[in-house]
Design a protein around this ligand. Structure first.
Ligand SMILES: Cc1ncc(COP(=O)(O)O)c(C=O)c1O
Length: 349
């Protein structure tokens, strides 16, 4: 079996609610900072001192505890390459992937020569703790967890993460992907000193709207971060991304505004689901998974014809008939829900 990231074609003009992107665009201060980059700064190899300090401060960590990456994808790639290398014994290493999961975990595991051990979700898409513990072997080197999860939006109970970290073999890491954490209720960074085998992944693609700029972070205790730093490309972040990241970290008002829009948008989606009799999962992320049933594909196509792009997730384990809708700027969500009501109510007539 081979695995790959499912890159979607550009859907064209319309409302992009299919990739969990920030529908409001980044803070205007990000572009101001990028425009201020000088010709000399573009010509010299960058020094990351200031920006690493700012990122570490924002997370409440020491500088030795953070590695800036070219998007979180690069972090996933680096961790996979390092932890899944075959040892002198030649035995293939394993990564546990809890489904439904972000494509990159399996793709990077495969690319690094590791074996994907997929764990299906419980029927209600709840976190399958017992099955994850049961999937561990002496060959396990990474356990990929996502909290809040994509595409369910569900937060993994803290006690379950602790149990996984305690049960992991000594040479393994738990990679806890917190790509959507700014929209949720809790994060794991405070627990790192107690669980030094956990690495936390962050991205500035979502809440900060820097998906095309490509900035991510791997955070953890200093020892595993140092291991990663030794193999990471020394200049992963370009000078515009550095400038943008610093401005994004400073603009707390923008972050408050956008996370407020997302919270209000999710409420609108829940209310619409109530009116339309659709099952949904209350989400701690910037999207909502909605069960449309057998007509999921048709609904996605009908919305696309109206210029609203959402993602059919029916093919994901446990997600039969489900569609994932990004919840961003309220005005965009209202447009999407009007189109959805038109599609569904029009069909019923
Ligand atoms: C769970 C999860 N992790 C990581 C990423 C990738 O983040 P980045 O764009 O910073 O590479 C995504 C993007 O959709 C995601 O959903």
């Amino acid at each position: 079996m081979t695995y790959a990231y499912q890159r979607l074609p550009d859907p064209g003009a319309g409302l992009r609610l299919h990739l969990n992107e920030n529908t409001g665009g980044c803070s205007p201060r990000v572009l101001e900072a990028m425009r201020a980059v000088t010709r000399e700064q573009a010509a010299f190899y960058p020094d990351y001192g200031d920006v690493v300090a700012a990122a570490a401060r924002a997370l409440g960590l020491d500088e030795a505890q953070v590695l800036l990456t070219n998007g979180l994808d690069e972090g996933i790639h680096l961790v996979s390459n390092l932890w899944l290398q075959r040892g002198a014994d030649g035995v293939q290493r394993e990564a546990i992937v809890v489904e439904p999961a972000f494509d990159m975990y399996a793709a990077c595991t495969d690319g690094a020569g590791g074996r994907v051990v997929a764990v299906p979700p419980l029927p209600d898409l709840a976190f399958p703790l017992d099955a994850v513990l049961g999937a561990m072997t002496p060959r396990t080197r990474i356990v990929f967890l996502t909290s809040p999860n994509n595409p369910t939006g569900l937060t993994i109970p803290r006690a379950a993460i602790h149990a996984v970290a305690r049960a992991a073999p000594p040479d393994a890491v738990v990679f806890l992907d917190e790509a959507y954490v700014e929209f949720g209720r809790e994060h794991f960074l405070d627990d790192l000193p107690r669980f030094p085998n956990v690495l936390v992944g962050r991205t500035f693609a979502k809440a900060h709207g820097l998906a095309a700029v490509r900035v991510g972070i791997v955070a953890g205790m200093a020892a595993p971060i140092e291991r990663l730093r030794r193999v990471a490309p020394p200049y992963s972040l370009n000078v515009f991304a550095m400038a943008g990241l610093k401005a994004a970290l400073e603009d707390r008002a923008y972050l408050r505004w956008y996370t407020g829009e997302v919270a209000a948008s999710k409420t609108l989606v829940y209310e619409a689901c109530g009116r339309l009799g659709l099952q949904f999962w209350p989400s701690d992320a910037n999207f909502v998974l909605v069960r449309m049933g057998e007509r999921a594909g048709e609904v996605v196509d009908a919305l696309a014809r109206r210029g609203v792009f959402v993602r059919d997730r029916s093919g994901e384990p446990g997600c039969g008939g489900c569609v994932r809708i990004t919840a961003g700027v309220v005005q965009h969500t209202r447009r999407c829900l009007e189109a959805l009501e038109e599609v569904l109510c029009g069909e019923r007539r």
